[in-house]
Design a protein around this ligand. Structure first.
Ligand SMILES: *Cc1c(COP(=O)(O)O)cnc(C)c1O
Length: 817
């Protein structure tokens, strides 16, 4: 670590450079430039500094001769880069000063940046935290993703309904931090046929694509915290090349060729907006192959350029697959090694199975990818041949292990039999990888026990755990400067690079003066959020109220509707139970629903209508408010999380693989109310049972209830508070004159069978909230718990996650520059 950007920094020449960009790049002047132009010019000037270090890192012989990780992900939800990069470069104060002298406020300029929302939620955000942690610890890394023209849609509400709009994140001017790398462009084929030739009596297969496109890489700089190391996040943009369609062009079919041009231009047009749900669309598979093929080609280009032998690939490169989305990389590497590099099957397979590792992110059946065999056959005929051969040899091993057990073969086969034969991407990943990991201890156990028990027998020790983490630079130092300064006053300034040091503040948990300061910071952060809500939504909030926060994708398994039932129960009791009292509370939601997920959109609508009524009802609105913040994204999370008192992590046990929102909020001093699911289990282990509110069925409880035949009507009929709360959804209480408009949510919980057991957990959830409410009235006791949350969650730094990958899976070493 050597913050030499600071030492190298020359204010006057930086300011000149900003002014140069104002004019030369953005065609304006110091006199006429608006904030946006100043932000862009400043961004370009900063990006020049990081591009210099990016090239130095790329050309560093020590790195070329070390082992690197290639992180392949269809999603990187990086959030705004400028503020974070300034922190990593150690230049935040310097640039504040430099821009001040130019008459500009840095914090205003930072607000001009649109988030690059190149991901849906947790999975994409994890990839971004991992890039940050690899760079911070100087483990040689390249991130490979897609350069979507449109990121995740922008969300707004119209009369309570979600509306989607395209997210042109680069703006018309382009994104100042990205640099095109045309010298590394790749050609990618699709469709076509496979030819055979015999060389010395040995058959050689060769794919002749029917259409080719170009992959143009754009690099975003991932700046190592307080170091000169800058690794690339390399995002591939699809461009058409002429002749666009080789076959149809040769046939003189000009219009067919034009069609191909439109198609290929579309491959990276837009991010698919589904979280934890696969839809099987052709264009999505084209995105996946485009991403895999371009990335594999680039990895081999680097390997060759460094002068390494192809058989040494696993010695220099490891390829981490973030979920099954880049699975087609496995047959793609096989194809190149055999068809283009002339290796035998066995040699190629030996390389592949020492190079790939796979991260499983979910057990939800609707999220496990399968692709139609006929689609793969048409789009990637050679890859389908290779998949058949992988499966053929794999099933031999299965037969050897379980002779005569046809059920085992059927269950494990990479090809799922049936009328439409499907390729199971997770099975292909497990067979083709040297390591498979789940993302939290509980999840990894369930992967072994329920998802892949036979694979666990067949390949002992292949299935592992790496608990997720979040980067403390963005999720504490940058987003919560008040708390960061308070921590640094007590324990020094090294904690952002070594989060376990936070345990040293545990000894101040009972220190009255520290408690006061800690709670004052929380209050300031709540005020910042309240101001945002006042300004943008016109709702007035009391910062003495409990700020109760559920922010994450809208999904039934995450149970935003259980939270809604709790709100309805508070509303009902405030109006009907004169003995009922509660601490004032604001419940915050922020969540996007996949555009095709009907019930999720109905839950948003119901929540918005309930919010509208409650917030304007004088009988209750001094006690209760509900705020659904639109367009949830990283920059919004950065405002909400530091202000949270309570973190809602209420998924049905066994459904949330890890969660990372839970970690961000605990780190910022929110108390979790949560189920025994995902990383909540480990958070509880770290902070202790007294400093978290656990409720509801655990995984075994869920299983027993399902086995005994779950009937939600039993709960509805037996629990008066539950019934009264739910019945509000049938009335016209929130949609005056129009009863029944919120019944989709109601119906899903009764006639729909309540698949995520909201009703079963309701009573226990209400009780946990009552305990939490009582504790909030004792502010010193609350401060004690909140401080301990911050102090005891150092484990959930993504630096630790990356060290786990490095030590247990990747086996590579840092290269300090
Ligand atoms: C952290 C984060 C997530 C993941 O939240 P979970 O609660 O773990 O689902 C999703 N979106 C954004 C913008 C985030 O910052």
């Amino acid at each position: 670590m050597k913050p030499t950007q600071q030492k190298k920094f020359d204010k006057a020449s930086f300011q000149e450079n900003v002014k140069k960009h104002l004019t030369a790049t953005y065609a304006t002047t110091v006199e006429n430039a608006d904030s946006r132009a100043w932000y862009l010019a400043m961004g370009r000037a900063l990006a020049e500094l990081t591009t210099f270090d990016l090239l130095e890192t790329e050309n560093d012989k020590a790195i070329q001769n070390a082992k690197s990780v290639n992180y392949l992900s269809l999603e990187f939800l990086i959030g705004r880069l400028t503020g974070n990069n300034l922190i990593s470069m150690g230049l935040y104060a310097h640039i504040t000063d430099a821009m001040n002298e130019l008459g500009q406020s840095l914090s205003d300029l930072l607000e001009e940046e649109r988030d690059p929302s190149l991901g849906n939620g947790g999975l994409g955000r994890l990839a971004a935290c991992f890039m940050d942690s690899c760079a911070a610890q100087e483990f040689p890394t390249i991130g490979y993703g897609l350069h979507y023209e449109y990121g995740l849609f922008k969300q707004s509400f119209e009369q309570g309904h979600q509306k989607e709009a395209p997210d042109a994140w680069r703006g018309v001017e382009g994104y100042p931090w990205e640099v095109a790398r045309p010298e590394y462009a790749q050609q990618i084929g699709f469709y076509g046929h496979v030819e055979s030739e015999f060389v010395n009596g040995v058959e050689k297969r060769r794919w002749v694509p029917g259409m080719e496109v170009q992959g143009m890489p754009w690099d975003l700089p991932i700046v190592g915290y307080e170091s000169d190391t800058v690794y690339p996040l390399r995002l591939w943009e699809c461009r058409a090349i002429a002749p666009f369609s080789l076959e149809s062009f040769n046939n003189g079919d000009y219009f067919e060729a034009q069609h191909a041009l439109i198609d290929s231009g579309n491959i990276t047009k837009v991010l698919y907006p589904n979280d934890n749900h696969e839809k099987g669309k052709t264009l999505r598979l084209m995105q996946q192959y485009f991403h895999s093929a371009a990335s594999i080609a680039d990895i081999l280009r680097r390997h060759d350029a460094a002068g390494h032998k192809i058989t040494d690939l696993p010695k220099y490169e490891t390829i981490q697959l973030n979920d099954t989305h880049p699975t087609i990389s496995i047959p793609e590497l096989m194809r190149i090694l055999m068809d283009e590099r002339g290796l035998s099957w066995d040699d190629a397979w030996a390389i592949c199975t020492k190079t790939f590792a796979y991260t499983n992110h979910t057990l939800l059946p609707e999220a496990l990818e399968t692709w139609s065999e006929s689609l793969i056959q048409r789009l990637l005929p050679r890859h389908m041949e290779i998949i058949y051969q992988i499966n053929h040899l794999f099933l031999k091993d299965v037969r050897a292990k379980w002779p005569g057990d046809v059920d085992k073969q059927r269950k494990l086969s990479i090809i799922q039999e049936g009328f439409h034969r499907m390729v199971r991407m997770a099975n292909l990943c497990v067979v083709g990888s040297y390591a498979v990991n789940g993302v939290a201890a509980l999840h990894s156990e369930l992967v072994k026990r329920d998802l892949f028990p036979e694979f666990n027998e067949l390949y002992p020790n292949k299935l592992q755990n790496v608990t997720n983490g979040v980067t403390p630079r963005r999720w504490l130092k940058f987003c919560n400067p008040g708390l960061s300064d308070l921590i640094s006053e007590k324990i020094g300034t090294e904690w952002p690079a070594d989060l376990d040091q936070l345990t040293q503040i545990a000894k101040f948990a009972d220190d009255k003066a520290f408690q006061k300061k800690y709670m004052a910071v929380k209050k300031e952060n709540k005020q910042r959020l309240a101001d945002w809500v006042q300004e943008n939504m016109g709702i007035e909030l009391d910062t003495n109220a409990i700020f109760d926060v559920q922010i994450k994708r809208l999904h039934e398994y995450k149970r935003q509707h259980l939270n809604l039932l709790h709100i309805l129960s508070l509303y009902h009791r405030l109006l009907n139970d004169p003995t009922f009292d509660m601490a004032p509370r604001v419940v915050f939601f922020a969540a996007k629903a996949a555009p095709g997920y009907h019930l999720a959109k109905e839950i948003i609508y119901a929540t918005n209508k309930v919010a509208e009524k409650i917030n304007n009802d004088k009988r209750v609105n001094h006690k209760l408010k509900v705020v659904f913040i639109p367009d949830y994204r990283v920059s919004m999370a950065e405002i909400i999380i530091p202000a949270a008192d309570v973190s809602e992590q209420i998924s049905t046990a066994g459904k949330e693989a890890s969660g990372t929102g839970n970690m961000k909020m605990a780190l910022n001093g929110a108390l979790t109310i949560g189920t025994m699911d995902g990383a909540n289990v480990e958070i509880r282990e770290e902070v202790g049972d007294d400093n978290i509110y656990i409720f509801g069925l655990d995984v075994d409880g869920v299983e027993e209830l399902r086995a005994s035949g779950y009937n939600p009507f039993d709960y509805y009929n037996a629990d008066h508070l539950l019934k009264a709360s739910m019945d509000l959804l049938l009335s016209d209480e929130f949609t005056p004159g129009e009863p029944g408009k919120l019944r989709a949510t109601f119906d899903s919980l009764l006639d729909g069978g309540d698949p995520y057991l909201c009703l079963a957990d309701f009573a226990s959830y209400v009780k946990a909230h009552e305990d939490m409410d009582a504790q909030y009235r004792d502010q010193e006791g609350w401060a004690h718990k909140a401080i301990l949350n911050t102090a005891l969650v150092g484990k959930f730094s993504s630096d630790r996650s990356i060290r786990d990958y490095v030590n247990n899976i990747w086996k590579l070493e840092a290269v300090k520059r």
